[in-house]
Each structure stands twice: as C-alpha cells, then as structure tokens.
Design a protein around this ligand. Structure first.
Ligand code: SF4
Length: 315
C-alpha cells in the first residue's frame, strides 16, 4: 500500500512538473446553470465564492475530484494557518442552493464522464489517468457541517448519483470534525453508503498545537469525541496537515501527543482506515506558513505506522 502510494506520488509529481502546472491550484467551474465558463490558471479558492461545483486534480484523491462548495458564505469555525480560502469574495448565502448545485454537478459530471474535460485548458495538458473521476467531494470554502441544509445537499448529490445518468461515483465528506455530533449532520451522514468516505481533520495532539495551527475556540476534546463516536459506526480517514510555522517544525512533544491521541482513538473503538500525512501547499499562502520537508512528513508517517499500527500515507 505504501509503495503503491509512493509510486503514485512520484508519477503524479513528475507528470505535474512535465506539464508545468500546480494542479490543486487550478479548477473549472460552472458559473450559471445555463452557461459554462472555464477559469483556467486561477487559484482554485478564488473561484469558489462564485460557483457551487468545481473540479480539481487532487493528489489525495489520486485523480479528478469534483467538489461541491458546502459553504458559499465561507463559514468556518477554524482559522487554519494554512487555509487558502479568500473569504472577501464569499457570498452571503448560508444555505446551498440545492437545485443549482444539482444542475452544476450534472454539467461538470457530463464534462468529466464524456472526456470533454480533457479538451479544456488547463486539463488539456493533464495525463489521461489523472482525469479519471475518483470522487465527488463535499467540501468548499468553509466547514461543511456548518452548512444549515447539510442533509438536503447530501440528498441532492445522492439523487444525482441515483439517477443513473453517470456511472456510480464515490462521495467523500471532508470535515474538520467539529459538527459531526449535530442532529442534521448525523441525519445527512446516514444517507452515505459504505462505499462513501468521511475524511476528518486532526492536525495536532494538544490544545496548544491546535490553537497554533487551527486557531479556533473549539476544544480538541470535542473533535476527538466526535471522531470516536463516528468512527465506531463507520470507518473514517484522518487528514493531518503539519505546516512549517515561521520556519519551525512541529515540536517533538507535539508529535508524541498526536501519536498518543491516535492510539487513544483506536483503543476507544474508532475504525481508522488510514491517515493522510501532508503539509501546506507550495508556494505558501501565508508568509508564516511553509511546507514541511518530505523527510519530516515521512518520519511522522513511519512513527504512526510503527507506534499505532495504523496505516499512514504521505501526500
Ligand atoms: S477547516 Fe478548512 S476551511 Fe476552515 S480554516 Fe481550516 S482549512 Fe480553511
């Protein structure tokens, strides 16, 4: 598994170098139900406030990911030091317009499934295997579980899938885990099948680490409790981003505490399918936040595997 992932990452990076693009920063969006517009070579987050559905080549998805922006208003209860969202351009809509989202999703699926995406820049220079649809991600400009009509959005995506116009696709919910206990969120999650996935953020092992990286009022215990409760019901993937902060790597005691947290989650019965270890994008979005060297990320992943027995991959 680790070798497969290492090989994929190597091929992915070399392909990206060859075509000269930094793929997670480029996207295609549909601006309005009646028209399609291409927004090539524009940082991805700059477009999110104008549209509900977008398309990126994602390393962690291992190919094409169609994203649904669950927070057109940019609402989030974290202020991660590495966050790429430009909230000055977010719309004031708290709810997702589900009818519009379904229409846009159908349009982007049409482009992806019929292969017409590869005619459009910047995707025209991407290798064919990276344009294979891997998932529809519920993510966007903020924290998806804060979306007031969370259940309706999931229902909308599931209806598009169930309509059978396109081959079955996986739905992935990407969340910071803080709202997983909310009744409307639990009810939305029940719509997901066992083939779908939930990726939950855990960037720290201590409250101090979380305060430094995620900069939120939410207590780390809340996130951990939510992970345990959900993880007892269905397997989850943990996403851990370790940034370089003002040139400093995470403190050794922070990594020790993080490993202890993972062990405690596992011991409490959470089914953790895998852990994605990665760092902030290059180039850095914020001057204080940089990319942790691959060697350091690999060391963290190796410790996760050796000390917790869980599967960890570096991206
Ligand atoms: S949880 Fe996501 S959207 Fe919210 S601040 Fe962090 S990176 Fe940005």
């Amino acid at each position: 598994m680790h070798l497969e992932n290492a090989k994929f990452c190597e091929v992915w990076r070399s392909n990206m170098r060859r075509i000269g693009v930094y793929p997670e920063q480029y996207m295609i969006t549909t601006d309005a139900p009646t028209s399609r517009s291409l927004r090539a070579r524009i940082p991805a987050r700059e477009c999110l406030g104008q549209s509900l559905v977008y398309c990126v080549i994602s390393q962690r998805a291992r190919g094409l990911s169609i994203g649904v922006n669950m927070n057109p208003d940019g609402l989030c209860n974290f202020d991660c030091v590495y966050c790429e969202v430009d909230r000055r351009k977010s719309s004031g809509d708290h709810n997702v317009d589900v009818a519009r989202m379904r229409l846009e999703l159908d349009q982007v699926l049409d482009l992806a499934m019929t292969g017409r995406l590869r005619d459009l820049p910047p995707f025209h220079v991407a290798p064919a295997d990276l344009l294979e649809l891997k998932e529809v991600a519920l993510s966007g400009d903020g924290e998806p579980t804060l979306c007031p009509n969370f259940r309706e959005v999931i229902e909308g995506v599931a209806h598009v899938r169930a309509a059978g116009r396109w081959p079955f696709f996986k739905i992935v919910l990407i969340t910071n885990g803080t709202g997983l206990q909310l009744p409307h969120v639990r009810s939305g999650i029940e719509i997901l099948t066992s083939y779908d996935e939930i990726w939950v953020k855990l960037d720290a092992g201590t409250q101090r680490g979380m305060d430094l990286v995620n900069r939120s009022d939410v207590r780390i215990e809340t996130v951990l409790e939510n992970i345990v409760n959900l993880g007892k019901e269905r397997p989850i993937v943990i996403q851990s981003l370790f940034p370089l902060l003002r040139g400093e790597e995470p403190l050794p005691e922070e990594i020790d505490a993080y490993l202890e947290r993972l062990k405690a989650l596992h011991d409490a019965g959470a089914k953790i399918e895998s852990i994605q270890v990665y760092s902030a994008h290059r180039p850095a979005i914020h001057p204080d936040c940089g990319h942790l060297p691959l060697k350091s990320l690999s060391k963290i992943a190796r410790r996760v595997r050796d000390e917790t027995g869980l599967n960890a991959e570096v991206f």
